[in-house]
Design a protein around this ligand. Structure first.
Ligand SMILES: *Cc1c(COP(=O)(O)O)cnc(C)c1O
Ligand SMILES: [Zn+2]
Length: 485
């Protein structure tokens, strides 16, 4: 592991003595039951050194000051002049107690909201008030990734890392880049796929001053390369294979519960890419139940884009299950082999979920098992139509986020979700991340439509709100305005 290869890391570890209760009660643990190896939180790992499995952060809860009721968190808001209470992640730090307070890195992440949208509820066939949208686009970098990044960079600081890197379809790099520029703690290199990244996201990495490598390949290629680089150079890796990132992402569920006055909804619906969110949400509810802080759990729906449907294929078509920690490896490797043989690569306008081999697959299987979950796929057409409805319904999101709403529409049609269920969709990223796709959908420009959207099978824009070209003359303008009535 790079811990031994990184001189600055080693020095830092010897010098620094952290003696808080929180530090010693947290540890890393391999999720494979037959291995279950444990490691100190001061180690920097992105997988189990013994078996290669994914790692969880676990806690000895009985040694920690855990609140008796979730309501205790409400009073924190009154102390929002303190940065850790202001943060929508660290306000809940007793539920992710791996870092001493003085090491926590926060830039005001997690000021997000849960609101119902009745126009969107009608669109998907739900009762008024029953469809709620958790708007993670309000984060500092405009996506939910900031919830996880604040935890990853906190851990990076704990272990004395000075260099950090990630592979990204765009939002992870935007998030890491803003944390680096806002704090000055790290030098950052981001790897993005060439030509695949939405403009808003690329502009963020550049503007925040991160070294940006546009790899001639896709996300999976970038992920593969950045792991090599991180290992060889002792650079701290901030992708969601980093178990600390998922600890931060649990807080999205804490805020959903808080907004519902601690009532558990019937469904959580989330787009699935690398499956970090689904995994983190599952862990959040598992722990809350274990701690006796909730008495029921929601069901989970993970929505793939049809053009990037590895999880859907594996779970719904090939019957892959968590199987008590022994998912059938043969099913997975067979599927990946077929992908390679047919040179099939993920392709969707929802670039944030354009993933071939989701890194958190096994954790997501575990979450699906525990929360009676389902996986569905939706087409790019369905995604963009849902996105337009979300926009006119009072929220703005990027294409990947709209997969959640398109997924609810499908699950309503199937009768899996009832109109009276209380459903929370996670709007993972902000509208302004990908203006190219939005404008191509709405603008009255067939050439642009075909170029941007047509290649992904989008044929029409039933909810287009076309801009109206008008001559620079008041009479013509008045003609147009009168025609609205
Ligand atoms: C990263 C991302 C996703 C995918 O989330 P995973 O945790 O990788 O499944 C979905 N939507 C947006 C906007 C994202 O940035
Ligand atoms: Zn292991």
């Amino acid at each position: 592991m790079y811990g031994q290869e990184c001189p600055s890391h080693g020095r830092y570890r010897r010098r620094r003595v952290i003696s808080t209760q929180a530090k010693t009660a947290a540890f890393q643990k391999c999720i494979a039951p037959e291995c279950a190896a444990t490691f100190d939180v001061t180690e920097t790992l992105t997988g189990c050194p013994r078996c290669g499995g994914l790692l969880d952060i676990e806690y000895e809860w009985d040694r920690l000051p855990v609140p008796r009721s979730l309501r205790e968190f409400e009073s924190r808001w009154g102390r929002r002049n303190e940065p850790l209470e202001f943060s929508g992640v660290w306000r809940f730090r007793q539920l992710l107690p791996f870092a001493p307070d003085d090491q926590i890195v926060t830039i005001g992440e997690g000021q997000t909201i849960l609101r119902p949208s009745d126009p969107v509820a009608r669109y998907v066939g739900m009762d008024n008030g029953k469809l709620l949208l958790q708007y993670e686009g309000l984060n500092p970098s405009g996506s939910f990734k900031d919830n996880g990044m604040t935890a990853a960079v906190t851990h990076a600081r704990m272990v004395g890392a000075k260099h950090a890197a990630c592979a990204s379809t765009g939002n992870t790099s935007a998030s890491l880049a803003v944390f680096a520029s806002a704090t000055g703690l790290f030098q950052v290199i981001v790897f993005v796929g060439s030509g695949k990244i939405a403009f808003g996201k690329l502009s963020q990495a550049l503007d925040y001053g991160s070294k940006t490598l546009q790899l001639l390949g896709d996300f999976d290629d970038a992920m593969h390369q950045v792991q090599q680089v991180a290992k060889q150079q002792g650079i701290y890796l901030c992708n969601s294979v980093n178990p600390f990132r998922l600890e931060g992402q649990k807080a999205i569920m804490y805020r959903v519960l808080e907004a519902l006055r601690w009532e558990v909804p019937d469904w959580i619906v989330v787009p699935g890419g690398n499956l970090g969110n689904s995994s983190a949400f599952g862990k959040a509810f598992r722990e809350l139940r274990q701690l006796g802080l909730i008495d029921r759990v929601p069901r989970l729906a993970i929505i793939n884009a049809a053009g990037a449907n590895t999880l859907y294929q594996l779970v719904e078509q090939r019957g892959l299950r968590w199987s008590d920690g022994h998912p059938d490896r043969k099913v997975i490797s067979q599927f990946y082999r077929e992908m390679d043989e047919t040179k099939h690569r993920a392709s969707t306008l929802a670039t944030a979920i354009e993933i071939n081999r989701p890194v958190n697959l096994t954790k997501a299987l575990r979450a699906l098992e525990a929360f009676d979950g389902v996986v569905r796929q939706v087409s790019d057409q369905e995604i963009l139509d849902a996105k337009a409805q979300i926009g006119s319904g009072g929220f703005g999101c990027e294409p990947a986020s709209a997969a959640s709403v398109a997924g609810v529409k499908l699950l309503r049609t199937e009768g899996v979700i009832a109109p009276s269920d209380r459903v929370v969709c996670i709007l993972t990223g902000h509208q302004l991340k990908d203006p190219t796709t939005t404008v191509a959908y709405h603008a009255n420009d067939r050439e642009q439509f075909d170029r941007v959207l047509g290649s992904r099978g989008v044929r029409e824009a039933p909810f287009a709100n076309q801009p109206i070209v008008v001559a620079n003359e008041i009479d013509r303008i008045m003609d147009v305005i009168r025609s609205f009535e």
